[in-house]
Design a protein around this ligand. Structure first.
Ligand code: OAD
Length: 240
């Protein structure tokens, strides 16, 4: 039996399947990941743009980095793999999804049960008083209308806590899952990289390259997210 057939068997007999995604899920939509050769962190030091310290001490660079990512996302859209995951949710094959991605593509594709563990790049707030702000105000580098503070997207920066509700929801769903499929993440970033180990269910890893610390998975499907999801979907459809 092929690995694809094995995973399809697991999916068909699972009462609860959870997917956890990372930046590799969106590269086929034209969004760079972080740690591949063409990733953000090979060109830019994350300490200089994606930390609380960067926001507080070098706002122009912080602002430039997030403005660039927001503008790039305006030209990108979910791909077939995102739509397959949305279709699986509708059909009851997938029960919950957690993502480290801030691009909103899973919701745009139609998934309803999504935990955004690293926040969203589409909403904004004042870093000082927390009041919400508009994208236009952020892009124009305006100050907060209430307290003159610095505006920022609602993403999690290094050094910040994950949103409590999303974290608790992802954790409890993964703990109760029969199958957890992890897609397109290097599993380098704590605490999300701990989540796959929290399940007693089968653990599947879909990634275009093997990472050394992913040996605890029950099945590894090396390949691009969209292609592997299309193969799985084809087999699922054959099995009716
Ligand atoms: P990484 O860039 O660390 O890892 C992405 C993984 O996806 C790599 O192992 C790639 O080989 C793989 N990959 C790339 N394209 C793929 C494709 N088409 N199909 C399958 N796999 C593919 O991204 P994350 O693990 O998501 O956080 O990074 C986690 C966090 O680190 C991000 O949320 C971000 C970053 O710093 C913050 O900014 C706080």
């Amino acid at each position: 039996m092929s690995k694809i057939e094995t995973v399809v068997d697991w999916l068909l007999s699972s009462n609860k399947t959870v997917v956890l995604t990372g930046a590799g899920m969106s590269t086929e939509s034209g969004v760079p990941d972080f740690r591949s050769a063409s990733g953000w962190w090979t060109k830019t030091d994350p300490q200089k743009v994606a930390t609380v310290d960067a926001l507080e001490t070098n706002y122009p660079l912080f602002h430039e980095f997030y403005s660039m990512r927001i503008q790039l996302l305006e030209k990108c859209a979910p791909h077939k793999g995102h739509y397959i995951l949305a279709d699986w949710e509708k059909k009851g094959i997938l029960h919950h999804l957690a993502t480290q991605n801030v691009d909103g593509f899973h919701s745009q594709a139609g998934n309803k049960k999504v935990d955004e563990l690293h926040g969203s790049i589409y909403t904004f707030r004042c870093h000082s008083c927390g009041k919400s702000a508009t994208k236009e105000a952020f892009l124009a580098m305006e100050s907060c209308a209430h307290c003159n503070g610095r505006l920022r997207p609602n993403v999690v920066l290094f050094g910040e806590m994950l949103p409590d509700k999303a974290w608790m929801s992802a954790l409890s769903n993964i703990q109760r899952a029969d199958v957890v499929i992890v897609i397109g993440t290097s599993l380098e970033v704590y605490p999300v990289n701990q989540l796959p180990m929290m399940t007693k269910g089968k653990k599947v890893y879909i990634n275009k390259e093997m990472v050394s610390h992913a040996t605890y998975f029950d099945c590894i499907l090396e390949g691009k997210a969209k292609e592997v999801l299309m193969e799985l979907n084809e087999q699922l459809e054959k099995r009716g």
